[in-house]
Design a protein around this ligand. Structure first.
Ligand SMILES: Cc1cc2nc3c(=O)[nH]c(=O)nc-3n(C[C@H](O)[C@H](O)[C@H](O)COP(=O)(O)O)c2cc1C
Length: 167
């Protein structure tokens, strides 16, 4: 674990098609953070919901089991949490993360990627994480389609500001 600006920083994210991953990596690079990718465990049978977006459909348990974490999210001072928007909300693995970790008294910054229909993703996340201090929230419209470099710079600048605001 490394310390940046006096804070241990973690970037947690789920990504199905790499967009959110690209943002997570630029935030982590900028803030010298550890990265935790949320990976749902594929189970046969079980509860499944079909999430559909423009011809793409993904079947997933709304609260999927996750692969074990190799680090302890509770030991970080600042946690960036990122998700693609699915069905106007955040993706199921992020719900699993929230339930599993039951975070409180953390500085949390939220980011999401989407294709124009964000819904109330941040309001929902803020309400689920209400025992924490939300120190920032930013969304990116189709970061890969609209220019990876632009999104990487914008997310890095934002992450730097968030970190600076805590010192
Ligand atoms: C199952 C599914 C549902 C989606 N639902 C929405 C949505 O409600 N609103 C929206 O703007 N984009 C939606 N999208 C598009 C993704 O949010 C967008 O492509 C995002 O950047 C993908 O991030 P990722 O590459 O990290 O998975 C959906 C994509 C998928 C696969």
């Amino acid at each position: 674990m490394s310390v940046e600006n006096g804070k241990n920083v973690l970037v947690v994210y789920y990504s199905h098609d790499e967009s959110t991953k690209s943002i997570a990596e630029s935030i982590a690079g900028e803030t010298n953070a550890d990265l935790l990718e949320l990976k749902p465990v594929e189970k046969s049978g079980g509860r499944k919901v079909k999430y559909i977006w423009e011809g793409e459909s993904v079947s997933m348990d709304p609260v999927p089991d996750l692969e074990p974490f190799l680090l302890d999210p509770d030991s970080y001072d600042l946690i960036f949490i990122g998700s693609p928007v699915w069905a106007m909300s955040y993706a199921p693995p992020v719900e699993s993360f929230i339930r599993k970790t039951k975070l409180s008294n953390k500085n949390i910054a939220l980011f999401c990627t989407h294709e124009g229909l964000m819904g109330i993703v941040f309001q929902e996340l803020m309400s689920k994480l209400s025992e924490n201090k939300i120190v920032g929230a930013i969304d990116f419209y189709d970061p890969i389609g609209s220019g990876v470099k632009y999104a990487a710079n914008a997310s890095a600048n934002w992450a730097r500001q968030v970190l600076k605001s805590l010192s």
